[in-house]
Design a protein around this ligand. Structure first.
Ligand code: GLU
Length: 322
């Protein structure tokens, strides 16, 4: 059996194992998200040599939500460098929920770029002179990472904007502390638009694989991200990617990852592959229930944990036959 069909079989098995799990609830705090079909479930994996394996609803579009955060952080680092970016956001896990209203007491920075406060600070940095051009630049970069044109879901955007007063409060607190500039609504437009980007599990796996592949899309071979900053992004994903579940995740799965309340979850195996799962039923911490189960299973089955002792550069190589 070829390596590709072997991995395809593993992914199919994981899909079958969890497809009937119906724990968790679709997010409803943004009314438009409540319309997601709770039964949708897709798993996709893309290797750095461009092999794509998938099972289930991998072509179903949904909004990226918080999975935009590591990519926006990467864009800020590329545009402003480490020092300037880190004046606006820290790299400490907060251990609190994604929408917590708190800043580091000494610096007044948000704890990290994976929670809302940090992502809004980053959106404020990467926004452009006009609302349209800032969003366009983000969408274009994500499209190059996904390897196909992408667009914003205007209904989700409108719903985020209409109900986003907690994010507004966080933004005004940061304005008060000098972390973001006075263009608060402009920054929120950038942030809400980023969250409303429509993607599929296959797109997300390709985007994760682009990070794994030192910034180059493994299929189009286009250089999308500056590899000098990918280690920054992966580190923060590793320590802060799953909200207040991040420590448990690092322990059990051991991969840089990011989840979003739309039901998406990505994980990156450095230099090897990207994984994405879509399943909109969330646990109490806002993470996809089947997303976590599927990633745990794949990580343990394929020996992907960063500190797996059999992971000689990684044991995944054995599946690739190298
Ligand atoms: N748009 C969402 C918010 O800021 C993103 C949340 C998430 O996926 O964690 O409320």
């Amino acid at each position: 059996m070829s390596t590709h069909s072997h991995i395809q079989e593993i992914i199919q098995d994981v899909y079958e194992k969890y497809k009937d799990i119906d724990e968790g609830e679709v997010a409803t705090y943004i009314p438009e998200l409540a319309k997601a079909n709770p039964d949708h479930f897709g798993i996709a994996m893309v290797t750095v040599d461009g092999q794509v394996c998938s099972a289930g609803d991998c072509e179903q579009e949904f909004t990226i939500q918080s999975i935009c955060k590591p990519f926006a952080f990467q864009m800020a680092l590329e545009e402003f460098g480490r020092d300037r970016t880190l004046e606006h956001v820290g790299v400490e896990p907060s251990g609190d929920a994604f929408n917590s209203i708190e800043l580091e007491p000494k610096t007044m920075r948000p704890y990290n770029a994976m929670i809302n406060a940090g992502a809004i600070a980053i959106a404020s940095l990467i926004k452009k002179d006009t609302r349209e051009s800032g969003v366009e630049e983000f969408v274009d970069k994500m499209a190059r990472a996904a390897g196909r044109p992408l667009r914003i879901d205007e209904f989700v955007y409108a719903s985020e904007d209409a109900t986003g007063n907690r994010n507004r409060a966080i933004a005004y607190l940061m304005l008060n502390c000098g972390i973001i500039d006075a263009e608060v609504e402009h920054s929120l437009h950038q942030y809400f638009s980023q969250c409303s980007l429509l993607v599929t599990a296959q797109d997300l796996a390709m985007m994760a694989a682009t990070l794994a592949n030192m910034g180059m899309n493994p299929v189009t071979q286009e250089r999308v991200f500056d590899f000098n900053y990918i280690k920054d992004t992966l580190t923060v994903m590793f320590t802060c990617g799953l909200y207040d579940h991040a420590g448990e995740w690092a322990y059990r799965v051991g991969l840089p990852a990011k989840s979003g309340v739309g039901g998406g979850l990505i994980a990156v195996v450095n230099r090897q592959l990207g994984i994405a799962v879509y399943s909109p039923r969330l646990d109490a911490k806002g993470n996809s229930v089947r997303g976590i189960l599927a990633c745990k299973e794949l990580a343990s089955h394929l020996g992907l944990h960063a500190f797996e002792f059999t992971n000689v550069g990684s044991s995944f190589m054995q599946w690739l036959g190298t």
